[in-house]
Design a protein around this ligand. Structure first.
Ligand SMILES: NC(=O)c1ccc[n+]([C@@H]2O[C@H](COP(=O)([O-])OP(=O)(O)OC[C@H]3O[C@@H](n4cnc5c(N)ncnc54)[C@H](O)[C@@H]3O)[C@@H](O)[C@H]2O)c1
Length: 355
């Protein structure tokens, strides 16, 4: 059986202009573009030293002095690739020309109100804009979609994301001052992923909490239920405070269908930042045969390979192969609405038992 793990690629890749030269650009964007053969024509960061260091490391020919210098010296038809904190997305988009193609990092602003401002801006300035929800395009997710599309595991009825790891949050200093952390910056990937399988939920239940070992962070552990009615279960459970060694850490996405199941280990989150290998196991029910789990070897992972998929969506739209990116702001706004609902649910609390 041949299972497709690649995301669709553009026939005519456009040059990329990077805005932001931080951790994720160095660790994932640029390694992914190197693998895909995408050309990065220039880079700008308000911290010029970082831009210079990144340019040297990845052979980027131009380091711009200012946003205007970037526009003056950019090739005509490019994809702007913005990787700055959520609060900076709108100010950066306001610097780009009308009609530009732009991919920007999640989250789409700090909250739903900001996401709506960003959406309004992209509409009024005719930007073709997408959000870097790259988990959608991870090779193991492409494989799962392929298995589902072939009907091998029947109808999808259950998604569970379960992350029990120790995350060194101090690596992302900007998170310390923020009122929202875990759902907005991490579980947002899983909310977005669940939406790509089941669409928009009817409602959301959530509780997100702090941890005494990291009291300066707004929240580091979350439970989310996305409600799709009586026949579907979706649970997102994250605990980033499991500081008890690797032995009992786990991190997986489990998809259960009516005739089989898939379990994917997200190795990158375990023993961070070293990680452990991913794994992809699946079980297909065959009448009269014992239930058997098989392993599929998958080349590539969430980081960095999936970043090829999210950038490709912008390039496919720019070359006219698709009408608009699958990760368009027009879709991402629903993920942001789900994130907002999760925070509201958490603040509102559950039903008090009548003791
Ligand atoms: N998709 C993912 O899986 C993923 C993973 C990690 C981070 N991210 C997102 O990427 C964003 C950046 O994360 P990071 O870890 O690289 O942070 P970082 O702090 O390492 O880098 C951010 C960079 O943006 C620059 N910057 C800030 N405002 C700017 C502006 N107005 N113009 C130009 N440059 C500006 C900063 O100088 C800095 O170099 C965050 O929003 C984060 O949520 C996404």
């Amino acid at each position: 059986m041949i299972i497709e793990t690649n995301s669709p690629l553009p026939r005519h890749p456009k040059p990329i202009i990077l805005i932001g030269a931080g951790g994720i650009v160095n660790d994932a964007h640029l390694p992914a573009y190197k693998l895909a053969g995408f050309w990065v024509a220039g880079i700008y960061d308000t911290d010029r030293e970082k831009a210079l260091r990144t340019a040297e490391r990845f052979d980027i020919p131009l380091v711009y002095l200012t946003p205007q210098d970037m526009l003056d010296r950019s090739p005509r038809s490019v994809i702007f690739d913005v990787a700055v904190p959520g609060s900076q997305i709108l100010p950066v988009l306001q610097q780009l020309p009308d009609g530009a193609h732009v991919l920007f990092q999640k989250p789409m602003g700090d909250d739903l109100a900001m996401a709506r401002e960003i959406l309004d801006h992209t509409r009024s300035h005719r930007l073709t804009a997408g959000v870097n929800f790259q988990l959608r395009y991870a090779p193991f997710i492409n494989a799962a979609r392929h298995i589902l599309a072939q009907g091998l595991i029947g109808d999808l009825v259950d998604i569970e994301v379960n992350v029990n790891v120790y995350t060194p949050w101090h690596l992302w200093k900007f998170l310390y001052s923020l009122p929202r952390v875990e759902i907005l910056y991490h579980s947002i990937h899983y909310i977005d992923l669940v939406r790509t399988f089941f669409g928009n939920p009817e409602s959301i239940y959530a509780k997100t909490v702090q941890h005494p070992g990291m009291p300066e962070l707004a929240s580091v552990r979350t439970s989310i239920i996305m409600d799709y009615g009586p026949m579907i279960r979706t649970n997102i459970l994250t605990n980033h405070s499991h500081d008890f060694g690797l032995q009992q850490q786990h991190s997986y996405i489990k998809l259960e269908g009516t005739r089989g199941a898939i379990k994917i280990r997200l190795g990158v989150l375990m023993n961070y930042p070293h990680g452990v290998p991913d794994s992809f196991e699946y079980c297909v029910v065959e009448n009269g045969k014992p239930r058997e789990w098989r392993t599929l070897e998958i080349a590539g992972s969430w980081f960095p390979h999936a970043f090829i998929g999210s950038m490709s969506q912008l390039m496919l739209a720019a070359e006219g192969s698709i009408e608009r990116p699958d990760n368009s702001v027009e879709d991402a706004i629903y993920t942001m609405a789900c994130v907002e609902a999760a925070y509201e649910s958490s603040a509102q609390g559950g039903i008090r038992p009548n003791f």
